[in-house]
Design a protein. Structure first.
Lengths: 195, 280
């Protein structure tokens, strides 16, 4: 392989490399197609883990976080002031994402919520389509699709049953076919007369 | 109705705060109480008295008129203390003087890492003691699981009364009244709502209380303490009252204001160094 590359010019080498790459990507494609069809049989088009095999909620290490409690107001505090503010501002130092949370009166609670929200945001930025939130969303989509398909199938079945019943009922009303027959007989008679 | 409630709050509160407080009132009270709650709040009654409680760390502490509402600063140093002292208080006795709602005592007693043997909370006010008892019964499941005894007792700090519920104590914490009498005004930064509705007995005080507290230390056998302060001279006075063998320092809160004076004479409590920013 190496000698082959040595004897060829740069351009040729490039084209060979690209053809090898093409083969690899072709293999990849076929592989992904097969894996996709495998998934198709499981009624989903994207690779979404099963509900029981979902990855755990993302978490951030404490040493990557910078926390700030925003109380506002002047320098006075302690017994002099009775604040109801419990805002928590959290910064993810490596990415610089900042969020704040004041969902509840409890600072302890707000700290937990802020950590969850920030972890989801960082995960989304890092993993995009494969982030926990995206996977969760895809899972939910699949669940909805399945429910829709199920209800569709149910109504289709009902409709078919109804139609089958209608067909069954048809032979009872034989007047229509009798009229048909008499019409044909009439036509034949007319033809015969002309001849 | 919604806008009339908000407008009532807007008379006394800034817009974002008014909106936030209205949201909490609606979340935590039944609809028929909204109007009364907003009316009270528009007369500056503290929100915690209206809603009946305040969060304190993991706990929800009951609040009632006549007893000081726990402040976020107190919550903050209490959490920090738990973190830095960790297990060094386990099996020991702790005294919380001027306990009020019992928030500090209960927060320590319900901590699964600290595991003190006995926590005693004392206060001069009977209203505070009965509220502390109520708060204790709300925490009872956790307390019995951890096996921590917590008792509340009436004691007068000015008479240096020592609680009878335990033989001696290893550690003393306190949030005594620390607003000097001449500073009890809106001009000196005291909130109108605090002046009007919170008990003066829990607010007005100065150096004398730190004198009593330090005098109490040898009497109960405590080898470490954390007191909340409002002014630097209170921390400096505490240092003066202490023997030279004690280490002593100041802690600032996250708003950058002086908040605690911390001292210890036993290397067992050297972890307190982590809370101290300025040695006295």
């Amino acid at each position: 392989m190496l000698s082959l590359f040595k004897s060829t010019s740069g351009y040729e080498m490039l084209s060979k490399l690209s053809s090898i790459y093409g083969l690899v990507s072709h293999l990849k494609r076929t592989f992904s197609v097969t894996s996709c069809t495998y998934n198709e049989t499981k009624h989903s088009k994207t690779k979404v883990p099963k509900l029981t095999k979902m990855p755990p909620r993302p978490k951030l290490p404490e040493n990557e976080l910078k926390e700030k409690f925003i109380k506002g107001g002047s320098g006075h505090g302690g017994q002099k002031i009775n604040k109801t503010n419990s805002k928590v501002q959290l910064t993810h130092v490596p990415t610089g994402i900042v969020i704040s949370c004041q969902a509840t009166r409890s600072r302890d609670q707000n700290r937990k919520i802020a950590r969850q929200i920030l972890a989801l945001k960082v995960d989304q930025l890092k993993n995009g389509d494969k982030s926990w939130k995206a996977l969760k969303g895809a899972r939910e989509k699949i669940r909805k699709q399945r429910a829709k398909r199920k209800s569709k199938a149910k109504y289709r079945k009902l409709r078919e049953e109804k139609e089958a019943e209608m067909v069954k009922q048809k032979p009872d009303s034989s007047t229509a076919s009798q009229a048909d027959k008499s019409m044909k007989l009439l036509k034949m008679i007319v033809l015969y007369c002309r001849q | 109705m919604n806008s009339s409630l908000l407008n009532a709050l807007l008379k006394v509160l800034p817009r974002t705060q008014a909106k936030r407080e209205l949201r909490w009132i609606k979340n935590e009270l039944p609809e028929e109480k909204w109007e009364h709650a907003v009316d009270q709040r528009s007369h500056l009654v503290p929100l915690q008295y209206i809603l009946g409680n305040t969060p304190f760390g993991k706990l929800t502490i009951k609040c009632a008129s006549g007893v000081l509402i726990p402040r976020w600063e107190t919550e903050e140093w209490c959490m920090e203390m738990k973190k830095s002292l960790g297990a060094s208080l386990s099996g020991k006795n702790l005294l919380d003087y001027c306990t009020g709602t019992g928030c500090i005592a209960l927060s320590i007693a319900t901590d699964s890492q600290m595991k003190p043997a006995n926590v005693i909370g004392t206060d001069i006010s009977n209203a505070a003691l009965s509220l502390a008892e109520e708060n204790k019964s709300a925490c009872q499941p956790v307390l019995s699981r951890l096996g921590c005894n917590i008792t509340f007792e009436r004691c007068d700090l000015r008479k240096l009364e020592i609680p009878k519920s335990a033989d001696g104590f290893d550690f003393l914490v306190s949030n005594p009244p620390y607003i000097p009498k001449d500073k009890m005004s809106v001009e000196c930064g005291v909130e109108c709502s605090v002046l009007k509705y919170e008990p003066r007995i829990a607010l007005v005080g100065n150096l004398e209380f730190y004198h009593y507290l330090t005098a109490l230390l040898p009497k109960i056998g405590a080898r470490g303490f954390i007191f909340e302060v409002g002014y630097k001279q209170q921390a400096e006075a505490t240092r003066r009252y202490l023997p030279n063998t004690w280490k002593c320092g100041i802690r600032y809160d996250s708003a950058g204001t002086i908040r605690n004076v911390i001292g210890w004479c036993d290397p067992e409590f050297d972890a307190l160094n982590g809370m101290v920013r300025e040695i006295l």
